[in-house]
Unconditional design. Structure first.
Length: 544
């Protein structure tokens, strides 16, 4: 029976390697470790706004192939923090190769990791990140009452009158026992799982190759072994409840009430845990890193095209060959070279501008964090990433779309002058205001953002803006083919600004009234005539 079950697990792990995870995702639990972790030593931490702009949760669900909740939390944190250098990514490549080529070794590791897949495992991080519960000031009476109860029980065999003493103490102890229940349940998930984590870590550490991840891990696991005697009490509680051994549970509960065993064990264990935060985190990181590496190996296995990026630190250059967005089915691949300039994209709605901007952002993130890009070839400097793509009115705080956009772009301007390489991603800059001021402010802001070590990707419908920035930005466009009754997009990136204008034609093939079409064409021709004599912003002013 056991052998057949082990065989089924192995076959399942082998068949699922390289495929999407069939699981639900609770991001409140997944991101809890990230939210509480100190990120001051990282190169850059992705903001919630940038994550929202780049559909980060959906990206994570695609990338995540972890086997444990700890690995899932570790991977999420890894993907949101761009490291200061590539040393860890380069070190992990050896493990990635081994996990990919040696299926027996990988399945053995995955089997061990899967022991940490219960939901309660999410709470382990709280043991070294959260403040440990401290006993109240009156807690000193608990050991006294416990000692008095023990002595009364012993004396009961010599003098029956101590039965009344024991009953009196038990009444007080019942109140304390059930007061402590809420404290006990708070740690009822995390402490038993900590014991399991330590056991899994020790099993993994037996492999000589995995020892390289943290050669000193045994110092931490040995320390936690000394705490395990206390933690075993919580394991017993879980086992009793799971097996529903009601009678035994009732007897044990009575003993715990009379002698105040639960509060004594709980606060004694918490004191030990509080002194071992570093060791717990060491074990957490060891297991988390191994699981994250397995996940990246599975991700790469499932991709038709991927590459290890070249990180060209100190150069304002970005190169992408056959780059694509992993979340877009049958995504059209594109090539791009950025060399000392930034990129301005023109094109109609739905032609692919915003998706391409997101494609670049996603590949920079995964390249710098996971050493994996969705492209045939990709190179980038180490960049901080800021975005203004998905902006909406904040009605609750009475902030307009334009005001929200102003705040986002002001942050970019502040970051653009500190000498660090940045990637700024913008979609339709200042589209919340009038045409003249949009183009004027847009040109000034984009010229400012493009200075120093910054790379800007921006989309716009304003051809005038493209004309004003042609010396500072490389111009590209996406276009569509409008036939008699259809609009077809090829999603191919093309050099230069968009020259064909099909907006009125699209209205026409969608059966807009002829009077509207005629008036629109007349106004368009009038604008073109004005622009021949007063190019750029003057055409707009003259029409007004």
């Amino acid at each position: 029976m056991f052998r057949n079950r082990k065989k089924r697990i192995k076959e399942k792990l082998l068949s699922e390697f390289g495929t999407l995870k069939d699981d639900s995702f609770n991001f409140n639990y997944i991101e809890s470790y990230f939210r509480k972790k100190d990120h001051s030593t990282t190169f850059h931490t992705l903001s919630d706004k940038t994550c929202n702009d780049l559909d980060f949760d959906e990206l994570f669900m695609f990338i995540d192939r972890t086997n444990s909740k700890i690995g899932q939390q570790y991977l999420y944190n890894k993907l949101r923090n761009i490291p200061v250098d590539s040393s860890e990514n380069l070190r992990q490549e050896k493990f990635l190769t081994e996990f990919t080529q040696n299926s027996e070794f990988r399945v053995e590791v995955q089997t061990k990791l899967s022991k940490l897949n219960d939901r309660d495992v999410y709470y382990i991080a709280s043991l070294f990140q959260d403040e440990i519960l401290k006993p109240p000031k009156w807690y000193f009476v608990v050991p006294l009452l416990s000692f008095a109860s023990v002595m009364s029980f012993i004396m009961l065999f010599f003098n029956p009158v101590f039965l009344f003493v024991l009953l009196g103490l038990s009444i007080i102890n019942i109140v304390i026992h059930f007061w402590n229940k809420k404290n006990l349940y708070y740690y009822f998930g995390s402490i038993p799982q900590l014991s399991k984590l330590n056991s899994v870590a020790q099993e993994l550490f037996k492999n000589d190759m995995l020892k390289e991840i943290n050669p000193d891990l045994m110092k931490s696991t040995s320390v936690l072994n000394k705490v395990s005697s206390k933690m075993s009490f919580f394991n017993l509680e879980v086992e009793i409840q799971n097996d529903q051994r009601i009678l035994f549970w009732l007897m044990l509960e009575l003993v715990k009430i009379v002698f105040l065993i639960e509060p004594l064990f709980l606060f004694s264990t918490l004191r030990r845990i509080d002194k071992r935060r570093t060791e717990i985190e060491d074990v957490f990181l060891f297991v988390g890193e191994i699981d994250a590496i397995v996940s990246i190996a599975s991700l790469r296995k499932g991709l038709n095209i991927f590459c290890i990026p070249k990180i060209n630190d100190g150069q304002k250059r970005l190169f992408a060959q056959e780059v694509y967005h992993p979340l877009i089915e049958n995504c059209v691949k594109n090539n791009l070279t950025v060399n000392e300039k930034s990129i301005l994209l023109t094109g109609s709605n739905m032609s692919g501008k915003t998706s391409f901007i997101r494609t670049i952002g996603v590949n920079v993130i995964t390249g710098l964090t996971l050493n994996t890009c969705f492209a045939k070839e990709f190179s980038t400097p180490r960049l901080r990433i800021f975005s203004a793509i998905r902006i909406s009115d904040d009605l609750m705080n009475d902030k307009s779309y334009y005001f929200e956009e102003v705040i986002s772009i002001k942050e970019m301007i502040d970051k653009s002058n500190d000498g660090i390489f940045n990637l700024f991603l913008l979609d339709e800059i200042f589209k919340g205001t009038n045409t003249v001021e949009r183009i004027s402010a847009g040109k000034a802001v984009l010229s400012s953002l493009n200075r120093n070590n910054n790379i800007v990707f921006v989309s716009t419908h304003d051809i005038e803006l493209a004309d004003l920035l042609k010396d500072e930005f490389d111009l590209y466009h996406f276009s569509e083919i409008v036939s008699h009754k259809t609009v077809d997009f090829d999603y191919k990136l093309k050099e230069g600004k968009l020259k064909n204008r099909n907006a009125i034609r699209i209205l026409q093939i969608n059966d807009y009234p002829e009077s509207i079409i005629t008036e629109a064409i007349e106004i368009s021709e009038e604008l073109d005539k004005i622009n021949q004599y007063s190019p750029g912003l003057n055409s707009i002013n003259d029409l007004n």
